[in-house]
Design a protein around this ligand. Structure first.
Ligand SMILES: NC(=O)C1=CN([C@@H]2O[C@H](COP(=O)(O)OP(=O)(O)OC[C@H]3O[C@@H](n4cnc5c(N)ncnc54)[C@H](O)[C@@H]3O)[C@@H](O)[C@H]2O)C=CC1
Ligand SMILES: O=C([O-])CC(=O)C(=O)O
Length: 254
């Protein structure tokens, strides 16, 4: 399978490192970024090609990994799907826009393409998806990051946001995609709290889901990407695991 990346930042860097080591299970050979130097840097590591525009990449790949920004999902993913090319969406916050999500789903169905949204920087989506078969009463997410990850300075623990997931992804588009992943897995818009905490050096996500199945509680303490402290290494790993699994004949978890 030939794969291209849209957005050559922190997540793309980690994915490319795995490609260099032959651990991706697919051929990563096309790179596109509006900052061409970034695309060139990654392409040179795997003897890949820099795409000058998205269309030239789409002529040559079976799957695109979107690792850019929510705006790239609305601007570019429709084009990807119209070409019948599969897509992995990392900026999953964009999918809190129900109209956009339905449009993308319809385009995928019409063009026989697939949309994958990996679990990203959060854990437990397998159990939560299973739980959503029954009735979910409440779902909450508390995200705690070092102030620098959230682009603020704070001397003490500071609540930056409390409210619903849809609003959270609009206010913190590069920091709380996990709220969208959780909401989509639950089939319910989750309640979100975002805390800047100078006493932590990890990106932490605490999830509680209560339903007729019982209760799930998870805490993820993520190491941050050196290139972008907003983003957790786990997010890149989830995309890599998804790529690995595309050819699997045995599948574990929901
Ligand atoms: N699903 C999840 O759990 C997570 C999702 N993310 C999201 O994944 C995306 C990528 O994250 P990172 O690699 O950390 O970001 P980054 O900021 O390190 O890299 C993004 C790259 O995309 C490029 N870019 C942005 N918009 C573009 C566009 N419209 N067209 C072409 N290139 C564009 C930028 O120039 C940059 O090189 C972000 O939207 C981020 O919020 C990040 C962490 C967790
Ligand atoms: O990487 C993380 O820990 C979470 C994040 O930035 C996001 O969900 O956008």
């Amino acid at each position: 399978m030939k794969v291209g990346i849209l957005g050559c930042g922190a997540i793309a860097n980690i994915i490319t490192n795995f490609a260099v080591e032959g651990k991706l299970g697919v051929d990563l050979n096309f790179f596109y970024d509006r900052d061409m130097e970034r695309a060139e840097n990654l392409a040179s590591q795997v003897d890949g090609t820099v795409a000058l525009d998205i269309n030239s990449m789409l002529e040559n790949v079976d799957l695109v990994i979107e690792a850019a920004a929510p705006q790239a999902v609305s601007e570019t993913v429709p084009l990807v799907l119209e070409h019948g090319v599969d897509v992995i969406i990392m900026s999953i916050g964009a999918l809190m826009d129900t109209e956009l999500r339905k449009t993308l789903e319809n385009l995928a169905a019409k063009n026989n393409a697939k949309i994958y949204a990996p679990s990203g920087a959060i854990v437990g989506l397998d159990g939560i998806k299973a739980a959503s078969i029954g009735k979910i009463q409440s779902a909450t997410l508390v995200t705690r990051k070092p102030p620098r990850s959230l682009g603020v300075s704070a001397e003490e623990e500071t609540i930056l946001y409390e409210g619903k997931a849809g609003d959270a992804v609009r206010k913190f588009p590069m920091n709380i995609n996990v709220a969208a992943a959780l909401s989509l897995a639950c089939g319910k818009e989750v309640d979100v709290k975002i805390i800047a905490d100078p006493s932590v050096d990890r990106n932490m996500h605490e999830v509680q889901v209560i339903g007729d199945f019982g209760e799930i509680k998870t805490i993820t303490q993520n190491v941050r990407c050196s290139m972008n402290p907003k983003t957790s290494v786990m997010a890149a790993y989830s995309a890599i695991k998804l790529l690995n699994s595309l050819n699997e004949t045995f599948r574990i978890g929901t």
